[in-house]
Design a protein around this ligand. Structure first.
Ligand code: HAM
Length: 425
């Protein structure tokens, strides 16, 4: 039998899990700093939640199947549709705005590259119910706080920002009907990844002839807001929102992370306004994080729309970047005490001692079999114990245990009734 996990998936041995929990701990800590509440949903959802017909890559990458009752289901490739489902389920009873976060495992049958695999954990931060750009600004504040907490600065990571309303303005100018907006965004996003000839047929099907595509590509190559403004109008909402966001970024103090990049569209169909993407400035890796505003997603599920924006930040790319930068810490095992009885007669007493220490909140490993004291020392080292608590016949007869602090080698006899008063090592 092949003992490897399925291609593109990972096992988490305890050492991997410590590192993973370290990263997820950063996600959660920043969410708490920004007062976001955690939610979750099933990893298996109805397939219909994801089968949008806009030609997105994510739809082709679904892990989908029929269950034993014939229901079409899929492993979630992302969290946003589940979030929309939860919000719709509660109808108007939720007090807006919501600031919710989640760290779901997501599944995509993806072509494997560095930092892209078939399952990943994705930190999601979303604000529902705020139509102003202040919501995007708050999300980007959380994102930059997260990067800074890992030791990354604006010289390591940049955040490209754009607004789909610019593309919408260009399409309106070209007479492309509004219902083509989402699939055109998905196609324009693909232009970065596949040769234009590969998608020209799809463009034509959406009413975009060559000259229109040329004009869009040309306009989106202008990376100065003023020049785009000249093409679609200075007071166009797409421009005004971006200017506002850059002002807010200066107020928060993270403006040096941001740059305007007109060609940024993002590949998901539901974004309607500002979109953003965090990237490594070294240029070696795929997007670290992606997000944007999706004010019309709820109505695609038959509900009443609410303004919404958010981002997803995967666990994979950021780890690659931290490793490259030497910022990935070794997360050691950490046990407070290892309790060892010198002989089998003292084992009940060792259990009592372990129970008292645990009661006091210390993490305690207990040696469960007959072993020599040398073995106990080796074991203490293996598990990263701070102290070895020894129960030897003479000391125990005097109501004491012997405690050795392993980092210093210091030893002391401690009366049983003072056991939990000893300072944490
Ligand atoms: P997305 O751009 O598809 O957005 O993914 C967001 C992030 O998830 C990516 O930037 C990357 O960090 C990570 N990611 C995605 N696919 C993979 C993969 N195959 N392997 C490793 N990491 C991956 C969304 O999913 C949106 N639902 C995010 C969002 C939340 N927008 C608004 N709220």
């Amino acid at each position: 039998m092949d003992l490897s996990p399925p291609r593109g998936t990972r096992d988490f041995f305890p050492a991997d899990m410590r590192q993973q929990n370290w990263l997820l701990g950063h996600f959660r800590a920043v969410a708490a700093l920004f007062a976001f509440e955690e939610y979750d949903a099933p990893v298996v959802e109805s397939e219909a939640l994801y089968t949008r017909k806009a030609g997105e890559e994510i739809t082709d990458q679904l892990y989908n199947f029929a269950d034993k009752g014939g229901r079409r289901l899929a492993l979630r490739p992302e969290m946003t549709p589940s979030l929309a489902r939860l919000v719709l389920q509660k109808g108007g009873s939720l007090a807006l705005p919501l600031k919710w976060f989640s760290v779901p495992q997501c599944w995509r049958y993806e072509r494997m590259t560095r930092g892209r695999r078939r399952e990943h954990y994705q930190w999601n931060m979303d604000i529902i119910g705020v139509s102003a750009v202040t919501a995007e600004a708050e999300l980007l504040a959380a994102l930059t706080t997260f990067f800074k907490g890992l030791g990354l600065g604006p010289a390591d990571v940049g955040i490209k920002v754009s607004n789909r309303k610019i593309l919408q303005g260009l399409l309106e100018g070209l007479g492309v009907p509004d219902d083509r907006f989402a699939p055109v965004c998905v196609l324009i996003d693909k232009l970065e990844k596949v040769p234009r000839t590969a998608i020209e047929g799809d463009m034509a099907a959406l009413g975009l002839d060559r000259s229109m595509v040329d004009r869009i590509v040309e306009a989106l190559s202008l990376d100065e807001l003023d020049r785009i403004a000249a093409a679609i109008g200075t007071d166009h909402p797409g421009i005004a929102e971006l200017r506002h966001l850059f002002d807010l970024a200066a107020d928060y103090g993270y403006a040096d992370w941001l740059s305007f990049e007109a060609s940024l569209v993002r590949g998901l169909a539901y974004y309607t306004g500002i979109v953003f993407e965090a990237f490594d400035r070294g240029g070696d890796l795929r997007a670290i994080c992606g997000g944007g505003r999706y004010d019309r997603l709820l109505s695609t599920f038959g509900g009443k729309d609410a303004p919404a924006c958010g981002f997803g930040c995967g666990d994979a790319v950021i780890v690659e970047l931290l490793r490259d930068q030497g910022l990935l810490p070794a997360v050691p095992k950490a046990v407070d005490d290892l309790v060892f009885a010198f002989n089998a007669d003292l084992r009940p007493a060792a259990m009592d001692v372990a129970a008292r220490l645990r009661q006091a909140g210390r993490s305690v490993d207990l040696i469960l079999e007959d072993k020599k004291v040398r073995w106990a020392f080796r074991r203490a080292d293996q598990i990263g114990a701070a102290r070895l608590v020894l129960l030897a016949p003479d000391e125990w007869a005097a109501g004491q245990v012997r405690i050795k602090t392993l980092s210093t080698g210091a030893e002391q006899n401690v009366p049983l009734d003072q056991l939990t008063e000893t300072r944490r090592a």
